[in-house]
Design a binder for this molecule. Structure first.
Ligand SMILES: N[C@@H](CCC(=O)N[C@@H](CS)C(=O)NCC(=O)O)C(=O)O
Length: 271
């Protein structure tokens, strides 16, 4: 696939971050070259002033395209689509949303993105009794279990001596982690998310059962496929697949994952 050429794309990302994985998959699928700068979230590198200068929310992924800095995965993929995907509108990663195809891609993508991947991810780390055959490394599991407490302490320390504009960033992050952190450890929140994920995947099963192509809509990938491939891969890696597609249930979801994992671009983008 020929794309307009990219100059000076720099991606700040983390390998265990599903939002980062979506952007990596979009970049690789569009054949765009980029400089990869890994940010170690478990060590709190996202809290360092050099990174907050780029993204005051202290989150990955963050993309620099020349002077433009984008700090949200959805905005980044939209930008890559608009600027670099030179194919016809209906063949693009994000087809024009006012067309019927574009509307369907946007709706299915929104449905998939309604799954709170971070709740599943932290839930699996805190409640491993609900997982089977997880392929997470020990380092990743331990890193996630320690994350909330370690980050809370680290942000408090930095906030105590911070000057503007970092003070605002640390205050934002402390509020976010204080309100969200306890929920990530709560087993009932995790179980409720497993249930709503099941409902989402049942609706995806229905879409896939009507699909003719390799991907959800076509023989080429769209934004909805990026979201689905990353989500299903994460579920499998966490060892949660038996809640969804074990023993013949959701067969189209199961075969979609098998199929897309054989795609070299997908395999290269996920970790
Ligand atoms: N809305 C953002 C969310 C990004 C996000 O939550 N990233 C997580 C990693 S998956 C992060 O950077 N966490 C570090 C932190 O909050 O300190 C996007 O879609 O890019």
């Amino acid at each position: 696939m020929k794309m307009s050429s990219s100059r000076g794309l720099i991606l700040y990302h983390a390998l265990p971050s599903s939002y980062s994985q979506k952007v990596v998959l979009a970049l690789k699928y569009l054949n765009l070259t980029y400089e990869s700068r890994l940010v170690n979230l478990f060590d709190g590198e996202q809290l360092e002033p050099w990174f907050l200068d780029l993204n005051p929310k202290g989150e990955v992924p963050t993309l620099k395209d020349g002077d433009l800095v984008l700090t949200d995965s959805a905005d980044i993929i939209q930008h890559l689509n608009d600027r670099y995907d030179t194919r016809r509108s209906d063949e693009k990663l994000i087809p024009n949303p006012v067309t019927p195809v574009g509307r369907s891609v946007a709706e299915v993508n929104q449905l998939i993105c309604s799954v709170k991947t971070f709740v599943l991810t932290f839930g699996a780390a805190f409640h491993p009794q609900h997982t089977e055959n997880s392929t997470l490394s020990d380092e990743e599991s331990k890193g996630r279990r320690a994350f909330v407490d370690k980050m809370t302490e680290c942000i408090r320390e930095k906030l105590a001596v911070a000057k503007p504009p970092y003070k605002e960033s640390y205050t934002y992050k402390l509020t976010k982690i204080s309100t969200g952190g306890a929920l990530l450890k709560d087993e009932n929140v995790f179980l409720a998310e497993l249930k709503s994920t099941r409902e989402v995947l049942e609706r995806i099963e229905d879409h896939l059962s009507r699909s003719q192509g390799k991907w959800i809509f076509f023989d080429h990938l769209t934004l909805a496929d990026i979201s689905l491939a990353v989500l299903l891969y994460r579920i499998k890696k966490l060892g949660l697949q038996h809640h969804f597609w074990a023993e013949g249930s959701l067969p189209n979801v199961a075969s979609y994952l098998d199929r897309v994992l054989k795609d070299p671009t997908v395999a290269e983008s996920l970790s």
